[in-house]
Design a protein around this ligand. Sequence first.
Ligand code: URA
Length: 315
Amino acid sequence: MPRRPTAPDSRRPAAAPRRPSRGPNGPGRPAAKASAPPRTRGVRGAATARPARAEEAPAPKKRAPAPPDDRPGAMRLQKLLSAAGIASRRTAEALISEGRVTVNGVVMDTLGAKAVPEVDDVRVDDRRVKAAGRQRYILLNKPRGYVTTRQDPEGRRTVMDLLGGVREYVYPVGRLDYDTEGLLLLTSDGDLAAKLTHPRHEVARVYEAIVMGDPSDDALDELRRGIFLDGRRTAEAGITRGTTVGKGRDHTTKIVLTLREGRNRQVREMCARIGHPVRTLQRVRMGPLSLRGLPTGHWRDLSAAEVASLRAATK
Ligand code: URA
């Protein structure tokens, strides 16, 4: 039998006090409380999943293997759930594997299972999932000092604190470190997010790093060709030297790096490896998107043309 809706998750840490955050499109108006998003919308983790719409469900009767489903419009459940803004694909897969998803009253706990949105009665924890509506695509100029996640177990400020007024379940596409600033895309479109982060499609990300010292041409060549991080060579990178400022031990140099892969702390690790640690780091471009005109801490919706060009960049 599937699980019934559970009591509030006792594993969730108590919400930590947060500083007043910036409102819609930047400072000024209060942001939505990221520590307590509405329980009727979205899923923050498999253990606390709640779907978008509540309706009484018929009690599911039996488990079934994923039946072949070649009906027009049939899509895999994890894709359907993420497109509906219920969860990221990975979390949706966990919900399915945990037996919390039913289609027309039958538990579907295999990852190949499909359903047709608008036709099938898809539920998570007995609550009806509404078919995907309009997707949301948000470009944020992330300041330093924010964690790139929907919720931080340590209670630190997250990028969600900067998105006052955004009611859709959006989540970050990739990650910027706590101390990295710059361009961050957040979306409810699980399909596009998956493509943008898939190694096969990864679009170019451009970073401006201020590094300690003045790297030699040979050192920059090493970065261009790729260096071994965790036993794997980094992909070829575009590297441009900027200006060097300051004197003596405190001088720094600007380097512009264009990467087509997104490993953990990649820019910081690469620069540290050649002996020039990063002092500050900013992402300034992602595929066709740039930060132009968007002050730090502010966000805006992408235009339809920008969404189309992002999609084209993943083809
Ligand atoms: N590389 C890093 O080192 N940090 C980031 O936040 C992004 C890329």
